[in-house]
Structure formats: C-alpha cells, structure tokens
Ligand binder design. Structure first.
Ligand code: ZN
Length: 234
C-alpha cells in the first residue's frame, strides 16, 4: 500500500470511531448537556488519543518508514486540533454559564513539541530491539497530545478573558488513579490566570488528570474598573 492508501485507511477508521464508539459519544453527550464539561472533554479526547495510537500500531509493522513518519506527524497534529475543538465545546458552555459571549479562540499547535515527541517515538521505533511496535505507539503519547489540545485552548482563552477583565480560575483535578505527585498538584484550589503553581500544566505519560476552568463576569468587571480608577468599591 502507498501513502494515499494508508492515509485513506486512517481517515476511514477514525470516521467509523466517531460514528460508532458509544463511550466516546457518551462523553460528547455529557458535554452537550453541560455535565462536568471539562472532565468529559478530557475523557473524550483521551478516547480519541487511544484510537489514534491504536490506528498507528495497526499499520506500523507493514508501513514503510518514511510514510509512517509522515502519517504519524499528521495524525498527531490532527489529534491536537481535534481535541482543541472538543475543548471549545466545553469553553462555549463555560462562557454561556457566565453570561459571556466571547468567541472561543483556537490555540496554535506547538510544532516543536510535536517534532520532539515524534523524534523520541521514531528513535524508539528504529531501535526496536527492546520495544515492540505496541510499546512505541503506546496510548500514553496519544493521551498527552490530546490533553495538550484542551490545555492549550484553556491557556489561550483564559489569557484573553483575563485581559478582557474577567475573573478566570483554573484547578487541576485527578480521579485518584494517577500518582502521588498528581494528587499533590490536584490540591483543590482554584488559581487565577498567571497564578498557577509551577508544573500545574505538566502531565506525565499516562496521566489522567484534567484542568477545570471557570470564568466570572460580574466580580471582575468591578475589579477591572477599580483597577482603572473609574469606579470605587464603596
Ligand atoms: Zn496525573
């Protein structure tokens, strides 16, 4: 099979996943009905990340190296943007809940991050004396890129909303199945934009943490105007 053949196979498989995967569709329905939108957005994109990893594993043994390299880069870029789109659903609902009608902005993918991951991955693949294909194209990398899509979206939109004078708050959550380090990061506190602790945005491989975001309109309009000396709090 040539490049176009593999590409077509990947596109068809992902379409079928979107249409038929009940678990994935369940997460999306939860977002649409406003239930735990950030958790459900993260679970949805992790599911998509698993699928992309699985698809790459399924072609890795037969696919020529240069085609595999190109397709892997494309799939990860696709996954990042796809995840940002699912994050945007959560962001829109968060905005509406705060009565804020601001367009959701999409983050730009960090090409050097994708290139770096690709480098590690394909080095492992090339020296696969110790690693099997399934270990090279593991679900962990898919998770991380998928989580990046949402986290970059939160990072970008929270900065814009903060600059617009809204109150922006983030906290890191864990379902308790991650690790001790993550337990300490998920301390339950809400942090304002720019006040996040070091490592707040760091997700290790196979990390199942997620970032929750909320924005508040009223309180910050007061403090914004106060900061500009146009209105006093009294
Ligand atoms: Zn974690």
């Amino acid at each position: 099979m040539d490049y176009a053949g593999y590409k077509d196979k990947l596109i068809r498989e992902f379409k079928s996943f979107e249409q038929n995967d009940a678990v994935f569709k369940g997460y999306l329905n939860n977002i649409k009905s406003g239930r735990n939108v950030w958790l459900n957005a993260n679970r949805a994109v992790e599911r998509a990340g698993e699928k992309v990893s699985m698809m790459l594993r399924s072609i890795a043994d037969s696919c020529p190296y240069d085609i595999l390299r190109e397709l892997t880069a494309e799939e990860y870029r696709f996954l990042f943007n796809y995840s940002a789109n699912i994050g945007a659903m959560a962001q829109e609902i968060t905005n509406q809940a705060a009565d804020i009608y601001m367009n959701v902005k999409f983050p730009k993918i960090d090409d050097s991050r994708i290139d770096g991951l690709l480098e590690i991955l394909l080095n492992d693949y090339n020296s696969n004396i110790l690693l099997s294909t399934s270990e090279v194209f593991n679900d962990g990398i898919g998770y991380n890129i998928a989580q990046d899509g949402i986290n970059e979206l939160i990072n970008y939109n929270s900065r814009l909303q903060d600059q617009a004078g809204f109150g922006t708050y983030m906290r890191r959550r864990t379902d308790g199945s991650c690790c001790k380090w993550c337990d300490s990061m998920a301390d339950g506190n809400w942090y304002g934009k720019g006040e996040e602790p070091a490592d707040f945005w760091r997700f290790h491989q196979n990390c199942t943490c997620w970032i929750e975001y909320k924005v508040n309109k009223r309180i910050d309009i007061v403090s914004y105007k106060t900061r500009n000396g146009k209105m006093s709090r009294t």
